[in-house]
Design a protein around this ligand. Structure first.
Ligand code: PEP
Ligand code: MN
Length: 344
């Protein structure tokens, strides 16, 4: 339930509502808005608590929240959330946020060269995995802490913000010390201990859709992070598994406008994992932007043929620069500003 306070409600009235809700043994969630304050009462005794405060001074109305996800829902927070990734705004009316870089951090040279190339083409965030979730335990699983050091050096060199994946709750502290944004991969979308752990620290979280997750399950995973107090969540559509075998995954373009309708959180598209084919990345990136994505995540490698992971879906520097020119044109066509370097 959402207890909506009157426009001019005093702090004393708000405090009284909070205190009354607490008597029911549930934690009220104050939600300051541009127009008025609302207080969320989520949980099993929520209805009784909300009904008890309905006639208190300063209360305008009590509104049921019909969605199973609450803090992620537009019913609860109507205005777009803009997440700042080390000063790079993502969501709302912010310029399209392009996060680009190699699937895996392989070496200092590979990472620095890629960081410089993607920055020159208009990306504002460098992505790259130091801890890699691989389907096979025999595949390259990343450089770990050494990879984080390389990412920090690339940030110092280029000024790009850094986004990298964290695989286990025990690594959250170490990864958050370096990263500007923590990625939760598709395979971990329903790792609730990990969602709790990233929810308890303040760095933004890039949450990728599980490969067989429904949109509702995706938003409930975001809710885990939000419920722990971290409101800086970016959602990433990265394709779902279907019967189609020519592509690695099926990029669910529906999910972008659907998510934008259901939630206030920023939504970005990942055409690299969404297709698994380098030659499909640019067209699907354009589709994602046309559908209203707030940003893109694109894998780029100096020599995709030699990549230690996901080479077949990685763009060369030239192909990335060409894709960015097209992306900027579509972004402009749908009324979205783009970062200067990406302008054609
Ligand atoms: C990645 O971003 O390199 C990655 C492993 O993605 P996903 O979790 O979507 O498979
Ligand atoms: Mn990858």
């Amino acid at each position: 339930m959402l207890v909506v306070m009157k426009r001019g409600a005093t702090q004393k009235e708000i405090d009284a509502v909070i205190a009354r809700i607490e008597e029911f043994g549930i934690k009220p969630v104050p939600l300051p808005g541009a127009e008025r304050v609302a207080i969320g009462t989520f949980g099993s005794t929520s209805r009784a608590a909300a009904e008890a405060v309905e006639s208190l001074p300063g209360v305008a109305e009590v509104v049921p929240v019909s969605r199973p996800f609450k803090l992620a829902s537009r019913e609860v927070i109507a205005e777009d959330t803009v997440v700042s990734v080390d000063g790079v705004p993502v969501g709302g009316g912010a310029p399209l946020a392009v996060m680009a870089g190699p699937c895996s951090i392989e070496s200092r040279e590979q990472t620095l060269a890629t960081a410089r190339a993607v920055r020159a083409a208009g990306a504002t965030v460098l992505r790259g995995g130091a801890f890699k979730p691989r389907s096979s335990p025999y595949a390259f699983r990343g450089l770990g802490l050494d990879g984080l050091e390389i990412l920090a050096e690339a940030r110092a060199d280029t000024g790009l913000a850094i986004c990298t994946e964290v695989l286990s709750p025990g690594d959250v502290e170490a990864v958050a010390r370096v990263a500007d944004c923590l990625q939760i991969g598709a395979r971990n979308m329903q790792n609730y201990a990990l969602l709790d752990a990233v929810g308890e620290q303040p760095k933004p979280v890039l949450l990728k859709r599980g490969m067989s997750a429904t949109v509702e399950e995706f938003l409930l995973s975001a809710e885990y992070v939000l419920a722990r107090g971290n409101r800086n969540v970016i959602l990433c559509e990265r394709g779902i598994r279907t019967f189609e075998r020519y592509t690695r995954n099926t990029f669910d373009v529906n999910a972008i406008p659907l998510l934008k309708r259901l939630t206030h959180l920023p939504v970005i598209g990942d055409p690299s994992h969404g297709t698994g084919k380098w030659y499909l990345v640019a067209p699907i990136a354009l589709a994602a932007v046309a559908a209203g994505a707030d940003g893109l995540l694109i894998e780029v490698h100096p020599s995709p043929d030699h990549a230690l992971s996901d080479g077949f879906q990685s763009l060369t520097f030239e192909n990335f620069a060409a894709a960015m020119t097209q992306v900027a044109a579509v972004a402009r066509a749908v009324g979205r500003p783009v970062a200067d370097a990406a302008r054609a």
